[in-house]
Design a protein around this ligand. Structure first.
Ligand code: PNS
Length: 180
């Protein structure tokens, strides 16, 4: 009897694990902004688990190492119970396949994002069947990008309303270190 009950429990557990809705929020996150965090928080409410994957974007040079970026994301998402932070340097769909991830979540800020994002979503769908879900960025963040934040910080601009406190401090330290 006890064996049967144990078997039922393990089958239930297996079923719930198998049906887990898992998504990935991919990006360079160099560094993570309040715009990213808005998307991450909203995605975490829609899925059982959301993996924030720091990916190497071959077309961009970075200010922070992958490890530093992951640490900033881990600290600023600590209040969300279903978030995992990871890194990857290959194709995003390969990451999805090997981590049993069915959906990619991307924030869309404006129509200027759309062309490129649509292309990537279609390529990823064709290559692997992984769906991309677009989330409309909150209007307060529609102009925000990591590149803009880095540019402002580089010239001593105030980015405190655009990034979490720890990121603002890390930016100031990095700009001072680099002596520019
Ligand atoms: O924050 P970013 O730099 O706009 O993010 C872009 C990123 C890293 C998500 C994108 O370049 C990506 O998915 N890179 C992984 C390689 C890949 O799968 N490319 C798309 C298929 S051609």
């Amino acid at each position: 009897m006890a064996f049967l009950r144990l078997k039922w429990i393990s089958t239930d557990l297996l079923a719930s694990v198998c049906h887990m809705k898992r998504a990935v929020c991919p990006g360079s996150f160099d560094p993570v902004t309040l715009g990213h965090l808005d998307i991450i928080e909203r995605a975490s409410a829609q899925f059982d688990e959301v993996v924030i994957a720091v990916l190497v974007n071959r077309t961009k040079s970075s200010m922070f190492t992958v490890q530093e970026r992951m640490e900033m994301i881990t600290k600023t998402t600590a209040h969300l119970p279903n978030i995992r932070v990871d890194s990857w340097s290959g194709l995003l769909v390969e990451y999805c396949k090997s981590n049993d991830i069915q959906s990619i979540v991307k924030g869309l800020r404006a129509v200027t994002d759309f062309d490129y994002e649509l292309q990537m979503a279609q390529v990823n769908l064709q290559a692997s069947g992984v769906e991309t879900m677009f989330m409309a960025t909150a209007p307060a963040h529609s102009f925000l990008s990591s590149s803009l934040v880095k540019e402002l910080a580089h010239y001593g601009g105030d980015v405190s309303s655009m990034v979490p406190k720890i990121v603002n401090e890390a930016l100031k330290a990095r700009v001072t270190e680099s002596g520019n």
